[in-house]
Design a protein around this ligand. Structure first.
Ligand SMILES: C[S@@+](CC[C@H](N)C(=O)[O-])C[C@H]1O[C@@H](n2cnc3c(N)ncnc32)[C@H](O)[C@@H]1O
Length: 579
């Protein structure tokens, strides 16, 4: 066999070669070159900004040796002066995780070998550069030979480090964003080392780019405790793990139930808010008549979702949870109950809907939700309150109608009158007509009375597939069409067109399926429509076609809150109004 016998040497020759390579790289590399090699996609200005805020300070490698003292002696023999060894926290934990061992069962030290850098680098004095060697102590018989062999081959811990020259929260957040979003670097762990009082964020190249020394990992090293950047970084790294991400996705139903359970048991109303003192699980359980242990476990889970805020083992409502209080304006509590109740059970039959194209709701309950809820007043009221809960979606519509100069507004399928009440409140000279199924009209009358506009309203019981009240200046179809298939939509739109005088306007509020792959709530609601209603969400182009087939023309589309859109249409051939 040519060359030295690796078994006879205290440190493996491949590990020594790795150290030599790192020393050479640190001696010659310039920060800008390292940035260019690792992140070839960065624009010149972005590269310059990184170089302004960071400087290459060290290359790191992991080697194994019978002891850290043996390694230091070997380095000295090779003319390299290793400083004092300090225990590693982060790499020891990473090794333990990688090989299913306890961190306490591994000894990993860090030794630093100062290396003068190129003298022309102004940001860092030559003596500040170093090679950082993680030494895995693997004395004979320790059972770590296989670990050493695998680490030598994979070089998991090899990286280059950029020191952030003047770190603060804003700089750290900006650098992290630039590396991930512009440089295609992938978050790869990190930590705070209390002994050094330093924060390290690790990245690996997402493109397979590497430095001249083969390193594909980068450490952003900063003096001090930068917990905000670290937390965001670790969360992003966790999100990269497909198994973890899938666990989170597969257990999404637990979230739905945790929220619905919290509402059903009255937790949001019983929890303190704002400056009120936080309570522990025992106090909350006493208030809600629930089990202390179960309540504590639910609270801990809700805290992980940011729905409640935890202060040790005491809790109060967070901003998210406050929307679930029954007295919150447009409380989302009914929505949590409905989506965790009847619509939750029907989602269990989604495969029927996907296999056959039929509503899972009807398959499970034997009738459509409109029919079933009509016979169960408590569910119908819950549905109406759920609609009102997401009224933010049509918030700007009231002002738009009021400013249009219209005198008579017809709300087709106006539910409990939430939208019409807002429209009439915004336009004191406006009169309204609300068309609904007969049993919904009592709720609508109550809401319109509460809003002080009922005397300007006519409530009409009817079926919008049969006829729509004539003579309005503006017709509203808010969240109606997505409940129906294309044939039913055509019937509804034609009834609207029949009723609309020339010059009247039809305002449609719906989510639109994006045509360019942008994220939108419409994608999830489309599945909800398939499962529970037998309708669908549609693209703008799809609505344009349905309108055209009904003798109407789409005039404009404007965005609304909660991924909604306002589609304005007129009778084909009519002039466009100034809405
Ligand atoms: C999804 S809700 C939308 C309610 C309201 N426009 C909104 O945006 O909050 C659909 C409404 O259509 C009503 N509806 C269903 N079928 C109807 C029909 N054939 N004629 C009139 N209204 C109907 C329901 O009672 C329900 O209030």
């Amino acid at each position: 066999m040519a060359g030295p016998d690796a078994r006879a040497l205290p440190v493996h020759p491949a590990d020594l070669a790795l150290i030599d390579e790192a020393v050479e790289h640190v001696r010659t590399a310039r920060t800008g070159d390292v940035v260019r090699r690792l992140m070839p996609g960065l624009a010149a200005a972005e590269r310059a900004a990184l170089v302004r805020h960071c400087a290459l300070t060290h290359a790191a490698v992991l080697v194994s040796a019978p002891s850290v003292e043996t390694l230091c002696a070997t380095l000295r023999d090779r003319g390299l002066d290793a400083g004092k060894a300090v225990p590693s926290v982060i790499v020891r934990r990473r090794l333990a995780e990688r090989y299913g061992r306890t961190p306490e069962g591994l000894r990993v030290d860090i030794v630093r070998v100062p290396v003068p850098g190129p003298v022309s680098v102004p940001a860092v004095a030559p003596a500040e550069r170093a090679v950082e060697i993680f030494v895995l102590e693997a004395p004979p018989g320790a059972g770590l030979d296989a670990v050493a062999v695998r680490e030598r081959a994979a070089r998991h811990e090899s990286h280059l480090a950029l020191e952030v020259t003047e770190p603060d929260d804003v700089i750290m957040a900006g650098l992290r964003t630039t590396l991930v979003e512009r440089g295609a670097m992938v978050p790869d762990g990190g930590g705070y080392n209390a002994r050094e009082d330093a924060t390290a964020l690790y990245f690996r190249t997402g493109t397979g780019a590497s430095t001249a020394s083969g390193a594909e990992r980068l450490e952003l090293h900063a003096r001090g405790d930068h917990r905000q950047a670290l937390t965001a970084h670790l969360a992003a790294a966790a999100g990269q793990d497909p198994a973890r991400r899938l666990l989170e996705l597969c257990t999404g139903a637990w979230t739905t139930q945790a929220l619905a359970t919290a509402v059903r048991l009255g937790l949001p109303d019983a929890l303190p808010t704002g400056a009120e003192p936080a309570v522990d699980a025992a106090e909350l359980a006493a208030r809600t008549g629930t089990d202390r242990d179960g309540t504590g476990r639910l609270l801990r889970y809700l805290a992980s979702l940011d729905v409640v805020a935890a202060d040790g083992d005491r809790y109060r409502l967070g901003p998210l949870g406050s929307v679930l209080r029954s007295d919150a304006p447009h409380s989302m509590a009914p929505l949590a109950e409905l989506y965790g109740g009847p619509f939750y059970a029907s989602f269990g039959e989604l495969d029927h809907a996907v296999r056959t194209g039929e509503e899972a709701f009807k398959y499970l309950y034997g009738e459509s939700h409109f029919t079933l809820f009509a016979a169960r007043p408590e569910l119908d009221v819950l549905f109406q309150r759920t609609m009102a809960a997401s009224a933010a979606m049509f918030g700007p519509v009231a002002a738009a109608v009021a400013a249009s100069g219209a005198r008579l507004v017809v709300d087709v399928g106006g539910c409990d009158g939430e939208l019409l009440a807002r429209v009439l409140a915004a336009g004191p000279d406006l009169r309204g007509v609300l068309l609904e199924r007969e049993h919904v009209l009592d709720s609508a009358r109550a809401r319109l009375t509460e809003a002080g506009v009922v005397d300007r309203c006519t409530l009409v019981a009817g079926d919008f597939t049969e006829s729509v009240p004539p003579g309005g200046d503006v017709y509203l179809l808010s969240r109606i069409l997505h409940d129906w298939d294309d044939d039913a939509c055509l019937r509804i739109l034609r009834r609207c067109a029949d009723a609309m005088p020339q010059g009247a306007e039809l305002l449609i509020v719906e989510r639109l399926l994006p045509q360019d792959g942008r994220p939108s709530l419409a994608t999830a609601w489309d599945l909800h429509m398939l499962c529970n209603v037998g309708g669908r969400e549609r693209t703008e182009e799809h609505y344009g076609r349905l309108l055209a087939e009904s003798g109407l023309g789409l005039c404009s589309v404007a965005p609304l809150p909660l991924d909604g859109f306002l589609l304005r249409a007129r009778k084909a051939g009519g002039a466009s109004a100034a809405l």
